[in-house]
Ligand binder design. Sequence first.
Ligand code: FES
Length: 321
Amino acid sequence: MSNKSVFRVRIGRKHAETAEIFSFELVPMDAESLPPFSAGSHIDVHVNGFVRQYSLCNHPEEQHRYQIAVLRDPKSRGGSIAMHDLLNVGDVVEISEPKNHFALANNGNKSILIAGGIGVTPILCMAERLANIGASFEFHYCARSSGHAAFRDRIAHSSFAHQAHFHFDDAGPEERLDIGAILADGVAETDLYVCGPGGFIDFVVAAAAEHGVPSERIHFERFGAIVVENDNDQPFVIKIASSGQSFSVPPEKSITTVLSENGIEVPLSCEQGVCGTCITRVLGGMPDHRDQYFSDEEKALNDQFTPCCSRSKSAELILDL
Ligand code: FES
């Protein structure tokens, strides 16, 4: 496994979209264009020792810039605050090439795009793409209030303004997101895409399933992993296949922490089981998958896992390291 290549870009623009959200335009240092990307892609941004994933929200045909938007999260571990407070126009940052774990299905179906808060970023990029190819779609954007909704003007002046619907928590109940009403025309040949806070995604996914949307046509992307209860975590042993070394992993430490303490560095990015950067092959034992990266089918194979957050169901886990 290898990290995607990392390269440097310059901050071309920093703009306050709301009181809590800055958008950043990242422009090439020397080359005239940036690697192409598809709607739903994200990049890793390296800032002040943190590596964070941000979805690209500009038009996916553009190659002269990447645009991201960052919500200042006081509960964050420091990434969003570093982005807000430390990065300014002209600064240089390292980013990864775009990666896409949230792609449009491109199956000719109608698309229903649903964004909650800062989850608007990949959804906006999808709306740009679908509008560009003349696809059938509608776009629902939920936020606490109009003042909390980024890109309102851009959406209002876009070619898809008539397909965009805002749902603000401080408005009347008739403006709230009503999945039943949205799916009232039927779910046949419809794909649903949702991005936002974990609870919002859970709500939309459950409501869509209840209204008959098959799971393979419900697409979502989480920004952070679900925190798995760990009160009952047990110690276990990891064995390094190449060297035969064994290390004990106590309940309070992650596998990658134990590996690092013993001089074995696994590439890391999100450290929450979201990005897939740390994927490691498993040669023996039964991993306890706690990531949001692999599908249930992939997890059932038990031949690879994300050691940044996952643990072991067996007393020993043999890693292909
Ligand atoms: S570092 Fe992102 S999934 Fe492990």
